[in-house]
Design a protein around this ligand. Sequence first.
Ligand code: GAP
Length: 556
Amino acid sequence: MSEVPAVKSMDAIMALCKRRGFVYQASDIYGGINGFWDYGPLGAQLKKNLRDAWWQDMILNPAWGRTGPNGERVRCVPLETCIIQHPKVWEASGHVGGFNDPMVDDKETKQRFRADHLQGAFPRADAAFADIPLCTVVASTSGEAVTQLLEDRRLQKQLGLRGVERAEVPADLPSPPGADALLMVDAGRARALCWVRAVPMPALRADPAKIPSPFTGKAGSLTEPRQFNLMFFTYTGAVFNEDSKVYLRPETAQGVFIHFKNVVDSSRVKIPFGIGNTGRSFRNEVTPRNFTFRSREFEQAELEFFCHPDESRDWYIFWRDFRMAWWKAIGLAGENLILREHEQDELSHYSQGTSDVEYRFPFTAPGFGELEGIAHRGCYDLTQHQTHSKVKLDYFDTTRGEVLPNGGRKGERYIPHCIEPAAGLDRGALALICEGYTVDPARPSPEFLRLHPRIAPIKAAVFPLVDKDGMPEVAEKLADTLFRRFGHTGFIETDAKQSIGKRYARMDEAGCPYCFTVDGDTLKDQTVTVRERDTGQQQRLGLDAVPGWLGERLSR
Ligand code: GAP
């Protein structure tokens, strides 16, 4: 088995994000608001670079110009759709009926958790595994709860768990009153040791007053389970009632399905093709946590790729593999990234496959957290919208059907199948920051960010060695040249103050890949020093060669 890399400190990463202007808590000066995060100057540019990279590689030059399983270049077009749509969209998509979790509140601690889910009983499972996070599971199952939990794979899946094992009770670990067993629970996002107090689920529904709270251990403080819809809602117009109620979208995907016909009718796309949509989505997550990983407002980048049903499995594999290669190419290569194919019994009835690209975040280690899901959605969504809107959403394919005497084809009418690579840009940005975060006490900046040049918010810095002797003027001129050439991809920094070591250190911490320094020799031989962030190595380069040298590296 390969060795698991050391877990990085999430507290240190969050501190760097705030200190250097990557991420701030939303409404910070008012004490923050749970589940919402804002991006500072460097974070906003980093996220834009990530979005632009997605747009470039999924819409403008899809899959880096590779040919698809049909032997042709992949074709995709963009859309930009509203956050608020007709409420029937969310009825058709299943979000009004199905986006519900039964929730129980602890009146004393004000904690809320899912009644049918062990997840709610993981309040301390986010801590580093070494700290042995402990929690008490209140709602498990009926009958021989512990045995069933250990053996019943179906039940484990229902509870969102990857695995459950009985754990040795360490001699120095006091067991809480009423605990039946100590279990090692793998919840994907986190592994945790859990004291389990087996309580039949029906009992929780029947009499919550008798159930001890997983937070305090006391009975009587839990509410009845209540349905809780994850969609935020508001009202349109002046009258606030059920008729004017509208939802904030919980995903960007539905904006694509409802315009499938419009795109086919108004552009020259032919099956197979994709439609991409990026933007903010909103989910009233019950337990937002782990920094930006589970937020209530977040940004998605989704592609809905439509194809003939017979080719859909091949396209699913194509996109699954490309998406994994893409995340690697922008800096997540290595053991921290995996592609997890869902097992057959995890799939929806209409799906022929789903995989998740998962990253080992410091708060999930040694487990992984989802960055992107690639789903084969069959013809489910177009069929749903066709039924609910009563508008035909099928496609007439003139390249199929029997061959006619004139050499043409009779054509075939069908509802296309859809392959959906659905990425989260906030999780992507967080994974890139966590992956890049490096501690090396031997360097002038003991913490620095190894961001991929394509994603780094600062592309280059130009420094005069000292703020005199004609050096600032040469540095300004070089910075201006670089700004004109690369300013649309990120910041070009200049700074003449402090020692050169301190200036390098500041750039390392912000993830700037290259620094160019103008010194006494520059004035004589028209060369500058270029210093690379990751190695600290320096070399001389002709002033004229700098734009080409940098351009080559930024486009890798
Ligand atoms: N249309 C399919 C769909 O929305 P999803 O797995 O629910 O699928 C896709 O979401 C991606 O959106 C996830 O892989 C994740 O990166 C991101 N995402 C979902 N919920 C999120 C949340 N609460 N906070 C941050 N990102 C989230």
